[in-house]
Design a protein around this ligand. Structure first.
Ligand code: SAH
Ligand code: SF4
Length: 353
């Protein structure tokens, strides 16, 4: 039997555990509801006695230690660098809005896909995350958020569709145990076609986001090496099948890099590829967040606007995404990259804006 952890334990696991301690059945319900319905840290579930909380804390350990915690935008964006039990480091970002909050989570420590402009890709692959490590990121962020966490996006470190089983199991539990609606869970993929096919067969209609970054295979081979295995036409086809099967609009991410992929002609080529998408396509233009190992720069705002206009003129929805928390390196893998240089001991620091 695998060891139980705080957010790996199912409702049944908690019932069996408490029954084995001779506790009445309603104690398991209180523990479960405190953890998953009220979303409280175990220490704050005051329906349980202090003794019982302490026993549970020991029997159901957390899997993540805070290595670094930072905040920006007057606390509206928070970012954690966590240390897993084996020393692997992963990142989670909380974005708070007036009524609700979004958590951006990691699915792997590192990433094997090697996208040239991405800090996570530059550092390489360490290991897959387990379901409990994925879920704990959401709950730990929820503990820090006065607004209810209503959205979860798999846009942190790692390629979720290269770690399909734990990711799908986490989605099932986010839906069933945490009560998130499937459309408020977004899986962002670099375009792993077999993983996209698994997601199409998966019963929950989660939101699919596909990272394209280029309108043709030549350029995409450079930016996204896995394009050689799953070329653009196959990726877009798999996204079309997903959209048609689920009746959901698919998003496409496009990191804009000055002089590389931001020419208006490239917008037109992209629009041609995304014509007549089932339920509509939406392109998210992300200004490049510069990283140390990649020479590209962020295009001027006017360039991004022109690119977006060319897409919309051709019937493809497009928006320019504002990067939140840039000053705390809240982009993919960047906090870890920075800590590796500046704070190798992983001391705790909160950056005040
Ligand atoms: N591996 C998945 C999900 C994690 S990355 C994927 O690639 O989709 C989440 C998004 O951040 C992707 O669209 C990715 O291309 C983008 N991204 C990574 N590094 C970036 C950078 N330096 N600047 C802008 N966007 C970046
Ligand atoms: Fe991996 Fe996504 Fe970064 Fe590419 S962009 S290296 S797939 S995390």
């Amino acid at each position: 039997m695998t060891t139980l952890t705080r957010y790996g334990a199912s409702r049944n696991d908690i019932e069996v555990l408490l029954a084995s301690w001779g506790e009445p059945a309603y104690r398991a319900r209180q523990a479960w509801e405190g953890l998953w319905v009220q979303r409280e840290p175990l220490e704050q579930i005051t329906t349980l006695s202090r003794d019982l909380r302490a026993r549970l804390a020991e029997a159901l350990p957390l899997t993540l230690d805070v290595a670094t915690e930072r905040s920006a935008d007057r606390g509206k964006t928070m970012k954690w660098l966590w240390r897993c039990a084996d020393g692997a480091q992963i990142e989670t970002v909380l974005m708070r809005y007036p009524q609700r909050a979004t958590v951006c989570i990691s699915s792997q420590a590192g990433c094997a896909m090697g996208c040239t402009f991405c800090a996570t890709g530059q550092a390489g692959f360490e290991r897959h995350l387990r379901t409990d490590e994925i879920l704990e990121q959401v709950l730990r962020a929820a503990h820090a958020s006065p607004q209810r966490v209503a959205n979860v996006v798999f846009m942190g470190m790692g390629e979720p569709l290269a770690n399909v089983d734990p990711v799908l199991e986490s989605i099932t539990r986010l839906h069933q145990d945490l009560g998130l609606s499937a459309r408020h869970i977004t899986v962002s993929t670099v375009g792993i076609v077999p993983g996209m096919q698994r997601l199409t067969k998966f019963p929950l209609p989660v939101t699919l986001a596909v990272s394209l970054h280029a309108p043709d295979d030549n350029l995409r081979n450079d930016l996204v090496p896995v394009n050689k295995r799953y070329p653009l036409a196959d990726v877009i086809n798999a996204a079309r099948t997903y959209a048609a099967t689920k009746g959901r609009r698919v998003s496409f991410e496009y990191a804009c890099i000055a002089g590389v992929n931001d020419h208006p002609d490239q917008a037109e080529a992209l629009a041609r590829r995304l014509q007549d998408f089932p339920a509509g396509a939406h392109v998210n233009l992300i200004p490049l967040n510069p990283t140390s190992a990649y020479r590209g720069t962020t295009p001027p705002v006017i360039r991004l606007r022109t690119f977006a206009e060319r897409l919309t003129e051709r019937g493809v929805n497009a928006t320019v995404r504002r990067n939140r928390g840039v000053e705390i390196d809240a982009a993919c893998g960047q906090l870890r990259a920075r800590e590796a240089v500046l704070e190798p001991t992983g001391s705790s620091a909160t950056m005040k804006p």
